[in-house]
Write a protein that binds this ligand. Structure first.
Ligand code: ZN
Length: 397
């Protein structure tokens, strides 16, 4: 005979004086079994409860071979226990879960869409429907039908019946779990739905407060429908409002113009990036031309507002223009600097080895191939010393 736990008899029970009858550990996690429990173990799409047993936090709860394992953060002794659930978490689950029953029942009865799965998420929940396409108009009318049943404050009750009686009744069920024995628990939303379910529910559809359908997603020939219910509707609206206030001030536009204002900014950024790239190449060309005409064998230049892309562009141009010279190019400032070591193909010099030495000297790192080595550095204070390394490297050969 299947045990009937306190959370099944009364979903509104928030604490229970009971007893730890078994204490153990499983894969390094401590757990206890209670004589009876108010903790709902995960199942049927509904996450488990959390809370305290004798002031020790319970992080998860699972059914294992007919027993309810409460995974606790610290070991607990056998003996008297006070089990207290996190009620706001549980009540939220009751609202989402009962909303799912209502959603499933109305989707089936009004539209002929069957629910094939339910997932109660941390932020939003979803059901999977065996319908390929849900039009916005259908979704609107489904949402309206749900609102109407919430306003009707229909009673939600549970009862237990024998499997034999179940077969004769018109019950919405996705089948009993494999190996099910004994009586079957039914959840009844007065006049709307009769369903096999072991979860926890609010006692009237009025307690669902509201259901907002959010979006749909195609999946394997069906559709996943996302929704929020209960306090989550208000919380989500509050988050949207806070974000809108921030966006109004950032974009300097009223809400209805957010998308247009953001699109305009993105277009402006793209235009600026395009111009910056063109200007960077023009500058690199002019700088390489000027450097190529300098008499010394070791060239160097620093660009305070330069970036790695500019240094690369300049290095490639120098490599082509002055095949008999090497150069140290740097950009940026203290704390955020960049460098490139480059040498023409007629310079006898191990560019990669020289680059690694420069990186160490300037407290940075980098890499490269062939005649170019680039890196990021923390300081440019020893730039002169880096140039001396060039001298040594060129004299060595
Ligand atoms: Zn249920």
């Amino acid at each position: 005979m299947k045990r009937i736990f306190a959370y099944e008899k009364n979903a509104y029970l928030t604490e229970l004086k009971t007893e730890v009858v078994q204490a153990g550990s499983e894969k390094g996690k401590h757990f206890v079994v209670l004589r009876d429990t108010v903790f709902y173990p995960e199942g049927g799409g509904q996450p488990c409860d959390q809370g305290l047993i004798n002031d020790v936090p319970v992080s998860s709860v699972r059914q294992e071979n007919g027993k309810v394992h409460h995974y606790v953060e610290r070991p607990l002794e056998r003996g008297p226990a006070l089990a207290v659930i996190d009620w706001s978490r549980r009540y939220d689950h009751m609202q989402q879960h009962t909303a799912q029953h209502l959603l499933t029942a109305l989707a089936q009865d009004r539209f002929g869409w069957s629910t094939t799965a339910f997932h109660l998420g941390v932020e939003v929940s979803d059901i999977e429907l065996d319908a390929a396409l849900l039009s916005p108009a259908d979704l609107d009318s489904l949402e309206e039908a749900i609102a109407s049943e919430i306003r009707a404050a229909r009673k939600v009750q549970t009862q237990r019946i024998s499997p034999a009686r179940l077969e004769k009744m018109n019950v919405r069920t996705r089948g009993l779990p494999a190996g099910h024995q004994g009586q079957v628990r039914l959840v009844d939303i007065e006049g709307i739905d009769l369903n096999t379910c072991g979860g926890t529910h609010v006692s009237s559809t009025a307690e669902i407060e509201a259901v907002k359908l959010l979006s749909t997603e195609c999946m394997r020939g069906g559709t996943r429908l996302y929704f929020v219910a209960g306090k989550r509707v208000r919380r989500r609206l509050a988050e949207h409002e806070a974000r809108n206030v921030e966006l109004r001030s950032l974009l300097g536009a009223p809400e209805r113009d957010f998308a247009a204002a953001a699109r305009l900014r993105l277009e402006q950024i793209q235009e600026l990036q395009h111009r910056e790239r063109a200007f960077r190449d023009e500058l690199a060309e002019a700088a390489s031309e000027a450097m190529a005409h300098r008499p010394e064998d070791i060239l160097d230049a620093h660009f305070r507002s330069g970036d790695p892309a500019f240094l690369q562009s300049l290095a490639h141009r120098l490599q082509e223009k002055v095949r008999t010279k090497a150069a140290l190019l740097t950009a940026g400032s203290e704390g955020e600097g960049y460098f490139v070591v480059v040498a023409g193909d007629r310079v006898s010099c191990d560019v990669q080895a020289l680059g690694r030495q420069v990186a160490i000297l300037l407290k940075g790192k980098g890499g490269g191939t062939g005649r170019i080595f680039q890196g990021r550095v923390n300081t440019l204070a020893k730039r002169k010393d880096a140039l001396a390394l060039f001298q040594l490297e060129l004299e060595r050969d």
